[in-house]
Design a protein around this ligand. Sequence first.
Ligand SMILES: Cc1ncc(C[n+]2csc(CCOP(=O)(O)OP(=O)(O)O)c2C)c(N)n1
Ligand SMILES: [Mg+2]
Length: 732
Amino acid sequence: MGVVGMLRANHKNRQLPHKMTAPTVAPRDMANAIRALAMDAVQQADSGHPGMPMGMADVATVLFSKFLKFDPTDPHWPDRDRFILSAGHGSMLLYSLLYLTGYADMTLDELKHFRQLGSKTAGHPEYGHATGIETTTGPLGQGLGNSVGFAMAERLLRARFGEDIVSHFTYVIAGDGCLMEGIGQEAVALAGHLGLGRLILLYDNNSITIDGSTSLSTSDDHLKRFTAAGWHVQAVDGHDPDAVTRAIRKAQKVTDKPSMIACKTIIGYGAPHKQGTAATHGSPLGKDEVAAARVQLGWPYPPFEIPEPIFTAWRKIGAKGKSPRRKWVKRHAAMAAEDRAEFDRRMKGDLPKAVEDAIAAFKKKLESDKPSWATRKSSQETLEVVNPLLPDAVGGSADLTGSNNTNTKTLKSQGRSDPGGHYVHYGIREHAMAACMNGLALHGGVIPYGGTFLTFTDYCRNSIRLSAMMGIRVIYVMTHDSIGLGEDGPTHQPVEHLPSLRAIPHLRTMRPADAIETAECWQLALESKTAPTVLVLTRQNLPAIRTATDGNLCAKGAYILAGEPASPVRRGARSLGEGRAAGRRRLHAVLGAVRGPGRWLSERGHGRRRHRARGLRGRVRLRLGALAREQRRVRRHDGLWRLGQGFGSLQAFRNYSGGDRTSGAPAGWLNGGEDGGTGCNQRLRAHRPQCDACHHGVGPQGHRGGGDQRSRPGRDQRPPLPLRQRARPLQG
Ligand SMILES: Cc1ncc(C[n+]2csc(CCOP(=O)(O)OP(=O)(O)O)c2C)c(N)n1
Ligand SMILES: [Mg+2]
């Protein structure tokens, strides 16, 4: 009898593996539910990563059943523990856990549609697709960087509102890849330095990456490395639930250091012929191996079927958080009214009214003073006005505080001795700074901003892209924006950075031209709850060109600086012609506001202003150069921008490859495949895709000169989740 036959025979008896009489179910069987869901979903999708979920199932079961404080009926409960899957390729681990513990929007149907068009179970976990996904991960090391921000936000808020209201842990699962990444090292060093005691890292120490054994590429002793960085470290057998339990308990008690638990695991645990090898990392196990794994694990149930006692046991775990949450609700209700209102405001992300008033008053003052400040100085002066009124602000810089002008008089440095300090010395760790700010923003209750030189946005780029993809309020203060930076030379001179930032969808890139515009751009950045902002600021002084008027003119995207033009285009031209300096300034204003993040102006739908902006585009284009032209081509001809909500999606792949994953899009076009926005490089390439059947170009309307690709039968035709309709968590 073959393996499948054995299975059938076993399944007839419907016996539960091991000894299981409700209500006690062995942890091993709880973990096997995760393993089975992961391998079956990947097998069904014919795509994905079964190895990591199968390897870490035991650890995750211990974490969720014994430690994690969460309530699926209130996924945004502010005092929940945060769970971050930094090894985002193991997304089925998270999806299985969300389903098993009872998050309403993670249904079995979603698991069955893993990596399919329109499902919440994207290739990598995407924030906003489903509740319980705290952050978007996939680019390795990002989640680890985020976790530092989550833990920092918790500590800051605990210092302000007390343990009764804020007291939770941040748990992060990271693998060999996250630990190898440079950003990982930056994050580890920062967390250790700050002594973030509520941060617990569960390291999937399986010694395997895609290429094979980790011995091919690394000789790091992570335990020593983490110890040197100031972490508490332990090493355990990741398949021994008792050992994992003891280690997490111990880690929780270490309050002055972050904790790392290296969990020795076997990747693909349970797949008899493939476990322990890279073969389980990123490919379906194959029908026979899945069947063999069922026998090996003692799991005779058909795909996606979880036996009732095991399912009930998981749901009980999901229900455990109700009681602590209710107690928290009572404590919250008992807070002093003023404190409660402040806590709620901060978790909602609303700004105090006083901020708007103060910026308006500051603009009036600037109008009369007419300072010729560099915009980095204008930025600092704005922050001096805002920060005392905005306790949410968490500033910082990657060791360029005096250059970025990011610190203000009222802020104290964040650190062990002042856990409530709102200024972070990130050190020379630009990438971790950006990822950490993402974590701060995602946690809620704080508004992060941080600075470096514009040219070093390259070091932060993937995190900036993720801020934009997630639609979160992170403010990047990028100074020294041009050749006016001084004598540092070409290594420090940003040339292509501005257009390349503007090519990132949903990112607001603003380059104010004087002090008033800087104040206005700051206001926009602070008010922008659903998009990050890059403030591009000068080192050199600029003359005042604006007179303050009521309202925020930069919010319009573009506006007429002076006089009444005969037509917007001619107006722009005339400004340029009127004199070099004036022309530059005019262009500054336009670049600062119009091009912005590329789309937000037109999305706002102000017809007249849109017209004006379009009129000015011809001028702007001259300065933006080749990259912007490529970007426009991508958008105009290929339509992926719209279809993929700006970042690429399964939908785009399906539409453009005729719905067949293996038929292949044009070379180099969508090689992100099912990885989704986190892995798709659509932004980086500008090929015009062709239909692989007839070689006609395809666009948003489908085929040009051919049939509509989307009408191909035999594929999931569920519509994608429109960006705005996704289950975007309210912060708090
Ligand atoms: C920044 C980045 N580089 C490369 C990749 C592609 N990638 C995905 S998983 C992986 C290997 C990760 O190894 P590990 O963390 O040990 O995961 P495991 O194989 O143990 O599941 C790589 C290189 C990525 N997702 N992100
Ligand atoms: Mg590994």
